[in-house]
Write a protein that binds this ligand. Structure first.
Ligand code: FES
Length: 105
């Protein structure tokens, strides 16, 4: 499936990712600006914070308690559609649209 990464300056990057990998891993592999993924997906950095498209929130299970705690530590204040992109896994047949917070650039 495809991941659409929208930068705060309006530039969009579309990556054809591998199902089962995370939105964070897909970004890091493809040099998407603003998604660092410092901890490698261990829920201890919040450098993979993104805003998930509102109409795709229900495609994923709700954030775990650990993810929820880490979102409070993100460099950009969280919004109701904030997620840590290392927890969002690509699934066949559903594209994912995320916006990268400006303070991560
Ligand atoms: Fe560190 Fe997602 S990569 S919390």
């Amino acid at each position: 499936s495809k991941v659409f990464y929208l930068q705060p300056d309006g530039v969009e990057k579309v990556i054809e990712g591998t199902d089962g990998e995370s939105v964070m891993t897909t970004a890091v592999k493809n040099g998407v600006r603003g998604i660092v993924g410092q901890c490698g997906g261990a829920l201890s950095c919040a450098t993979c914070h993104v805003f998930l498209a509102e109409d795709e929130l229900d495609n994923f299970s709700a954030p775990s308690e650990d993810e929820d705690d880490m979102l409070d530590c993100a460099a950009t204040d969280r919004e109701p559609n904030s997620r840590l992109s290392c927890q969002l896994l690509l699934r066949e047949g559903s594209d994912i649209h995320v916006t990268i917070p400006s303070s991560q650039l």
